[in-house]
Design a protein around this ligand. Sequence first.
Ligand SMILES: [Fe+2]
Ligand SMILES: [Fe+2]
Length: 189
Amino acid sequence: MEGRQELFVFGTDWNNKPLSELTARIVVAHHDRFRLELPALRGAAREVYACHCHRDFARLAPLPGLLFRLEDELGRHMRREEKTIFPVITALERAAEGREPMAANRCTKSLISATLSEHDDILDLLAEARQMTGNYEPPPNAGEQYRLLLQRFESLDRDLNLHIGMENDSIFSRALSLAHQWQEAHYRV
Ligand SMILES: [Fe+2]
Ligand SMILES: [Fe+2]
């Protein structure tokens, strides 16, 4: 956890950092965490449901399914970023610095736009989670395991919002303007 905090320190001007550095930090500080945390959280949600469903069925019954959808959607999204989008962004940046001759094609902007729209879908799932759990507020009779589950879910929500905010504001907006400049320079008729 301490290592993760060092990776993204609040108050740093991330817009001055190279995009390749930011995408590498995103993978280590966020993607790798979600890959570990989401299956564990889904298992914990199933356990809490088994123990407490008789007392709080409406709130607990849909949680494992929602976590499964989040894990599935986020897993595909992160793989696409790591295999396709982040390498494209690194290439764009290298081309803008004159270190690579070719960086983008006509699809680059639409690839990035599709990624932004996937972020909206993920944020919708988090909004659903907040609504489902009453903003992660445990009921008065909740046991320790139940409270811990909601705390972990809330922490994941915060982390995912930070991650998506960082990508939208500090990575994809800069990448879009690089792609736009590249397209202007190469496809102007
Ligand atoms: Fe990401
Ligand atoms: Fe993303």
